[in-house]
Design a binder for this molecule. Sequence first.
Ligand code: HAM
Length: 419
Amino acid sequence: MKIQSIKGMYDLLPQETKNWKQIESILHKFFTIHGYGEIRTPNVEQTKLFKRIIGDETDIVTKEMYSWDDRNGDNISLRPELTAPTVRAFIEHNLSKLNKNTKLYYIGSAFRRERPQKGRQRQFCQFGVEAIGSEFPEQDVEIISMAYNIYEMLGIENLELVINSVGSDESKLKYSNELKKYLSKYSNDLSDISKKRYENNPLRILDTKDKKEKEIIINAPNILDFLTKDEIEHFNQVKRYLDKLGIPYSVDKNLVRGLDYYTMTTFEIRTDTIGSQDALCGGGRYNNLVEKLGGKSIPAIGFAAGMERLVMAISGKEETEDKVDIFILSIGDLAIMNALKICDTLRSRLGVNVRMDLSRSSFKSQMRQANKLKADYVVILGEDEISKNIGIIKTMSSGEQTEVPLDTIHKNFDIANNE
Ligand code: HAM
């Protein structure tokens, strides 16, 4: 019986990894020029890290984590997101000692046992940033604009930036009590999930996809009315800065997001070009999280984005094609031996992208391969050439052919002249 990959977990084949690598290298550069340093944390952490941070009653913790008892009795989990591990590492390595403002980014796998569908996997890749140290709105706007600019830079269309503020934990609690009062009038109309959320985490009901509940929510109290003057001023300042940067947004008072750690600003970027799972990225402030994990009281904000969703949004925009500098065409044992040697020299000494046929194909078929790979030059090593100790270099753009001594072939390429 054939063994297949696990449901919701996919292989990335060379055609895809090529695009991924390109995007990854753009992201590395983008984050680096913004002053963010890369952090790589393990895929597995103590389960209590996520329980404490993401929230005991969130979907992620109650039903989506891959958790198990380790042989030593510890309960450990595959990370469902990278913010909690990043903050854990920040505290563990005392990174605040090095800088007042710690700016970290990551690109790595995350695991959630959700129902797989387009844009939703059980293993997926998240890239994101966490800025730990500044409480000010300019930091919020740096993070939001970075997220927005990545998608703009990559040509993703119909971007929709949605922002909100959920205030401090105290404001959230006050609001939560009011919301419960309001929802108690509709207790018979709520779904089973929402009834449970009503008890444990009523804010999450604002996120409902249920049509009937959506109607109930329309007249629910507005979270922004429960923010303190300072919290409202922070939010207004974020909006003013976004206006100044010319980044369009809308405010959605129901954007509370699915993780419990948020305080103050929350945001999401969506596009209608990738199907129903339309959230390209999400993030927000989490001013209490460092302290909750045993660190000092240090404010922070970040975002994370799904790589698969980004790739999906890009696909079809820029077809990257296979292209080589040189193709070496070889017929016969001696030619093959020489071709191997030339390839080796060009690749290892000069870093040239060179290919040769490894299946002893006919001359015609090798020429077809060279054309398909859009080789700039073809080196022809036929039996005649080898017997004369030469090779023929054909410049594909002009058709011009030059005979050159076999042992100096690698020195004859423009691209190789920087030897
Ligand atoms: P999140 O909204 O749970 O936030 O996930 C962020 C992004 O990861 C989503 O917008 C989506 O693009 C992608 N994503 C999430 N789940 C899946 C899935 N099952 N399959 C494919 N893509 C998925 C967080 O994870 C927070 N840690 C974000 C954050 C960072 N907040 C502050 N800092």
